[in-house]
Design a protein around this ligand. Structure first.
Ligand code: NAP
Length: 287
């Protein structure tokens, strides 16, 4: 069997075109959705991520503010910048790029963001809303994975989903979203004994580990949906995921590639969250 590809680039283009239309509709009413991105330090990967986020704002007609600060910025100064953005009526979403320098308590900074502007969905209020099924911002990466499943018309009710990884930004929220969609969910992690015994039973596998070849063809049920969140480099320095793509594609029914899978969806969902935030402020029913 050769799996069908879930193309994150194509789906992102489609979703961003919809975002751009909704942004225009809001602008026609005098409100431009705005995203503030704060980068502390000069981590090269973070610089690429924030550039891509600002560019996505430009492409969809949103306003963006990029603040870059040296790694020596104090925690108090960063908290003051977050507070300023909380109070800025032109800003509907605030994102502090992680990781932060070691002298800054990242959780404290996240908790300083107004939950109404927490478009990354990392605030405990957002996590609590997801946990209890209340409206709130969903973390962008797992939200993007759910959009991919929705896009292929996959009915999750009654299916067994296995999530590999339990981080607060991917694994745990992913499991909660799948549960909310009525899948039966198993969460695996570094302490899981015999990972393959779980993944072989799965109709859907989401790999969010950060290690190459965590999921190989012999671990996948024929026809399963395989979503690869991982971002790793192979020996040649080429970007690759957690899944042995070449092997698994011959067993799975659907598979996401790396690159061009979950990655572009993450920024797209950030645009969606920022727009939803602005629409909420304007009293428009979120689309
Ligand atoms: P993380 O915080 O390091 O979490 C990794 C998880 O994998 C942990 O829960 C860990 O278990 C588990 N794990 C480690 N080794 C394992 C093994 N051998 N078998 C089963 N589980 C294992 O990473 P993260 O932030 O969730 O990110 C995961 C990956 O996704 C990374 O490659 C990251 O770069 C990528 N990512 C991609 C995007 C995107 O937009 N495409 C966004 C976010 C993250 P313990 O909890 O027991 O330690």
């Amino acid at each position: 069997m050769t799996a069908q590809l879930i193309d994150g680039n194509a789906l992102s283009r489609q979703l961003r075109a919809d975002v751009a239309q909704r942004v225009q509709a809001l602008r026609n009413r005098g409100l431009t959705p705005g995203l503030a991105v704060i980068l502390v330090g000069d981590n090269p990967a973070s610089q690429v991520y924030v550039r891509n986020k600002v560019k996505a704002c430009e492409d969809t007609g949103m306003h963006s503010v990029l603040e870059t600060w040296p790694a020596t910025l104090s925690e108090a100064e960063l908290l003051a910048r977050v507070q300023a953005m909380n109070n800025d009526p032109t800003i509907h979403g605030i994102l502090v790029q992680l990781p932060l320098p070691a002298h800054i308590d990242a959780q404290k900074v996240i908790e300083a963001i107004s939950p109404a502007k927490d478009v990354d969905g990392f605030h405990v209020a957002s996590a609590g809303a997801l946990m209890t099924g209340l409206p709130g911002f969903w973390p962008c990466t797992p939200h993007g994975c759910m959009k991919m499943l929705e896009h292929i018309g996959y009915e999750l009710r009654g299916k067994h989903a296995v999530v590999i990884g339990r981080s607060n930004i991917v694994g745990k929220p992913m499991a909660l979203m799948l549960l909310q969609a009525n899948a039966t969910v198993t969460v695996c992690h570094s302490g899981t004994k015999d990972l393959a015994a779980f993944t072989r039973q799965a109709d859907v596998v989401v790999a969010a580990v950060g290690k190459r070849n965590v999921l190989t063809a012999d671990m996948v049920k024929p026809g399963a949906v395989v979503i690869d969140v991982g971002m790793n480099r192979n020996e040649a320095g080429k970007l690759c995921g957690d899944v042995d793509f070449d092997g698994v594609k011959d067993v799975a029914g659907w598979i996401t590639p790396v690159p061009g899978g979950v990655g572009p969806m993450t920024i797209t969902m950030l645009m969606v969250n920022t727009l939803d935030s602005a629409e909420r402020q304007a009293g428009v029913q979120a689309g």
